[in-house]
Design a protein around this ligand. Structure first.
Ligand code: AMP
Length: 399
């Protein structure tokens, strides 16, 4: 069965077609600048026809989905002959609140519940729903599945997810920690247990998802027990442009000093902070930062060191939360590709009995073992694959 995976943002739409039985990637692409002007890239990966790009007008998501379908069934470069070959569509949905602890087949009630969670993710959920509804219009009768970024973290206990605020904020508004990147944390933690030769339900794993957005999770005996992002993705690690943890009083302090509104300050915390800010607005991209670090640029050194230090602090905290750790996995853009940053984090973790294999850390691959045989904690870099995880969930619910 072929599954179409859709990841719909406010002005972009990423898509992949995956053979859910063989788990082979058949085609992938991206619609961008939806509602602005429009651009689409598409690649039939299986046929190896190469990437093609064009700039048709894409006024809305309906048109984006129509273009995606047109590309998929194209005579020369399409990966399917007719839309009937798509057995199901898997949609990435950012926020499932407390309503969704796992993926679900989409029906009217599910759509209403996702809409209710829009309060918690006003930029993401409405865009995700536009994608669902556009697909439903053009592919009526094809089952659709919602896969939530938050669902994997719903197993966190109250002591981990509650903020120490008046209880009615939780009771009335559901203000609590939810966590994000759940599909990645779930995928990578399972893979980590597998490659370490451990039973998933009898193992303590820390997953460091280090990308432009970054989060870390503690997975104990197959269940997430803590994660670094909170009500929104702003909490936790220092990220590309997000501050991560800070003293909440800073918001009022900046607002008063600069005559800014709360939303203006939050915009700064989300989009103008993180390693971008610490590097003196040099870059949020670790490739640039590493280059500048190695040339001795003071701000780049501060940015990378602060980033790695925060990751190491969370690893320490989650080791305490689980009374130990058996496996640590690095993933996402930085975690998979930067031996430099992994090395900086691991420098703090010698006390755990981690024995780093420097040559292995410098190597590349979908799964690399960074710790030496006999290391007390096994450390890996593991390529995440959120689309495959979504396809698996979709297949499991619709086959
Ligand atoms: P993601 O959000 O997971 O796509 O990660 C994107 C980020 O990964 C980029 O902004 C870079 O900071 C980082 N990245 C990607 N490739 C490399 C690389 N080869 N070395 C260091 N950082 C990288």
């Amino acid at each position: 069965m072929k599954v179409l995976v859709i990841n719909c943002g406010s002005s972009s739409l990423k898509f992949q077609v995956i053979d859910a039985v063989t788990e082979e990637l058949l085609a992938k692409g991206l619609c961008e600048r939806i509602g602005i002007d429009g651009a689409i890239t598409y690649e039939n990966v299986k046929a190896g026809t190469g990437k093609e790009s064009s700039t048709p007008a894409i006024p809305d998501h309906n048109e984006a989905i129509r273009l995606v379908i047109e590309a998929l069934v194209n005579d020369k470069t399409g990966c399917i002959k007719s839309l009937d070959e798509i057995g199901a569509v898997g949609h990435r949905i950012v926020h499932g609140g407390e309503s969704f602890t796992s993926s679900v087949v989409i029906n009217d009630e599910v759509i209403a519940a996702i809409r209710e969670c829009s309060d918690l993710a006003p930029l993401h959920n409405p865009a995700n729903l536009i994608g669902v509804e556009a697909c439903q219009k053009l592919m009526p009768g094809t089952p659709m599945v919602a896969v939530f970024d938050t669902a994997f973290h719903q197993t966190m206990p109250g002591k981990a997810y509650m903020y120490a605020l008046p209880l009615h904020y939780y009771e009335d508004y559901k203000i609590r920690r939810y966590g994000f990147h759940g599909t990645s944390h779930s995928f990578v933690s399972k893979k980590a247990a597998e490659v370490a030769g451990r039973a998933y339900d009898d193992c303590r794993i820390i997953v460091c998802h280090l990308g432009n957005g970054a989060s870390i999770s503690a997975v104990m005996n197959g269940k997430c027990v803590d994660t670094s992002m909170g009500l929104t993705p702003l909490e936790g690690l220092i990220m590309g442009t997000r501050s991560g943890d800070l003293d909440p009083a800073i918001v009022e302090f900046i607002a008063n000093k600069e005559g800014k509104t709360v939303s203006e300050v939050l915009n700064i915390l989300n989009k103008k902070s993180g390693v971008l800010a610490l590097s003196g607005n040099f870059s949020s991209d670790f490739r640039d930062l590493e280059g500048a670090y190695k040339k001795g640029d003071k701000n780049a050194i501060l940015a990378v060191d602060a980033f790695a230090y925060r990751v190491a602090k969370y690893v320490g905290a989650y080791t305490a939360a689980m009374n130990g750790v058996d496996v640590i996995a690095f993933t996402a853009g930085i975690g998979e590709n930067s031996p430099f940053v992994r090395g900086k984090v691991l420098q703090y973790l010698g006390y755990l009995g981690i024995d780093v294999d420097e040559a292995a850390n410098a190597s590349r691959g979908d799964v690399i073992q960074i710790s030496k045989e006999g290391s007390k904690v096994a450390v890996y870099a593991i390529a995440t694959n959120e689309e495959l995880a979504i396809a698996r969930e979709t297949y499991a619910l619709t086959k």
